[in-house]
Design a protein around this ligand. Structure first.
Ligand code: NAD
Length: 362
């Protein structure tokens, strides 16, 4: 058995239908009584509901979060926090709201309580991101990892299928890459495999029965596990490619993950056969790359970069950007290999077993 290091962070997780009601109690447990509630503009009503539950512990609502935390969105949020003397933040919504709260926590050292309503997984990680001039910088800082997370599946019932599908595959990507990460511990791998199982069962159920809190709960449970896997493993090619495509070509985050994942998995399959076999087992599919592709199709999610508005002329530059600096990945990164991957992703070709085996032999 190989050696490993596993570190567990002290994050309190409260999971269950209706648990938003416990928000004031969670704030009291952390000794916070002047909280700034942060959300995207679309989730303002939800943020106001959270503030009402907090009662006197809510200092104000700031509904100014924007995807990828542009620098311009951080200043007004900091002003809002200092205007009310906030002693902490409640981030309610998707990865954008949590991202803005993380920018505040990084600047002030104040804690976050997160109430995620998508499957992005940011609430479990110490990873922050900020975009400036079209370039997204990311880093790790323990101060930005939320101290408490409330997962209430009832809040995700309003997540439309066209958002839920890609957001769920975004979570699946954390699990798949954690399975082959060089620094994944056996516990992280168990979490990742169970995350894939929960998402593969939960997401189709969410699409089939959008009103079912039971189905929403299964998917959200998978998202929690995926966020935990993301927090404790160094991810490779897939996340690097999505980061490049999102940042440099302004493509939507979760949808890019959905399109790229089958192809990144196929690229790494020959170099990480055991990890991909575990992923396939959890998906209940003969092959993980094709199984992920078929899941995206079943969810009605996009499967090609062309459908996301990328232009074919940019594929060369994307491949060049993605191979510019080295990073850990099971399969060696070659410019031609990544260019071929980008071509498959651009056209939305279904990876098949034969292709994967052919690559393994070449
Ligand atoms: P998002 O927060 O922008 O949400 C996606 C869409 O869902 C938005 O239109 C939002 O208004 C809508 N939405 C959210 N909750 C809803 C609800 N309950 N009902 C109806 N609609 C709802 O995007 P996201 O996909 O959640 O997160 C993506 C962002 O998070 C990216 O910036 C990404 O880089 C970041 N992220 C960071 C980490 C990390 O560890 N730092 C991890 C994953 C993602």
């Amino acid at each position: 058995m190989r050696s490993f290091v596993h570190e567990s962070a002290a994050v309190r997780v409260v999971f269950g239908a209706g648990t938003l009601a416990a928000l004031a109690e969670e704030a009291a447990r952390l000794g916070l009584d002047r909280l700034l509630v942060v959300s995207s503009p679309g989730q303002r009503t939800l943020a106001e509901r959270a503030a009402a539950i907090l009662g006197p512990r809510a200092a104000a609502v700031h509904a100014g979060a924007v995807m990828h935390v542009p620098r311009e969105s951080v200043g007004p949020a900091l002003d809002a926090a200092s205007a009310v003397g906030a002693d902490g933040y409640v981030a309610i919504g998707g990865g954008s709201a949590i991202g803005l709260a993380k920018a505040l926590a990084r600047a002030t050292g104040r804690p976050i309580i997160a109430v995620p309503t998508t499957y992005a997984g940011s609430e479990m990680t110490p990873i922050w991101g900020q975009t400036e001039g079209g370039v997204k910088a990311t880093g790790r800082d323990e101060r930005v990892r939320p101290r408490a997370v409330i997962y209430d599946p009832e809040l995700t019932v309003s997540l439309p299928p066209r958002v839920a599908g890609p957001s769920g595959i975004n979570a699946l990507a954390h699990c798949v890459e954690a399975l082959y990460a060089f620094d994944a511990s056996p516990i992280t791998m168990l979490i990742a495999e169970e995350g894939i199982r929960a998402l593969a069962a939960g997401l189709p159920a969410v699409i089939a029965e959008p009103e079912s809190v039971e189905a929403r709960g299964r998917a959200l449970y998978g998202a929690w596990l995926a966020g935990s896997a993301l927090a404790s493993a160094t991810l490779g090619l897939h996340h690097k490619l999505c980061h490049t495509l999102g940042g440099s070509f302004n493509l939507p985050h979760a949808e890019v993950h959905t399109v790229i994942l089958p192809h990144a998995a196929a690229y790494n399959a020959p170099a990480a056969p055991e990890a991909l076999a575990r992923a396939a087992r959890a998906l209940g599919a003969p092959s993980a790359p094709a199984g992920i592709f078929d899941l995206a199709v079943a969810l009605g999610a996009p499967t090609s970069l062309a459908a996301l508005g990328m232009v074919e002329a940019d594929l060369d530059r994307a491949a060049e950007l993605a191979t510019r600096s080295p990073y850990p990945n099971p399969a060696p990164l070659t410019r031609e290999g990544i260019r071929r991957l980008m071509d498959d992703a651009f056209h939305g070709r279904r990876p098949d077993q034969a292709d994967t085996e052919l690559r393994a032999r070449s």
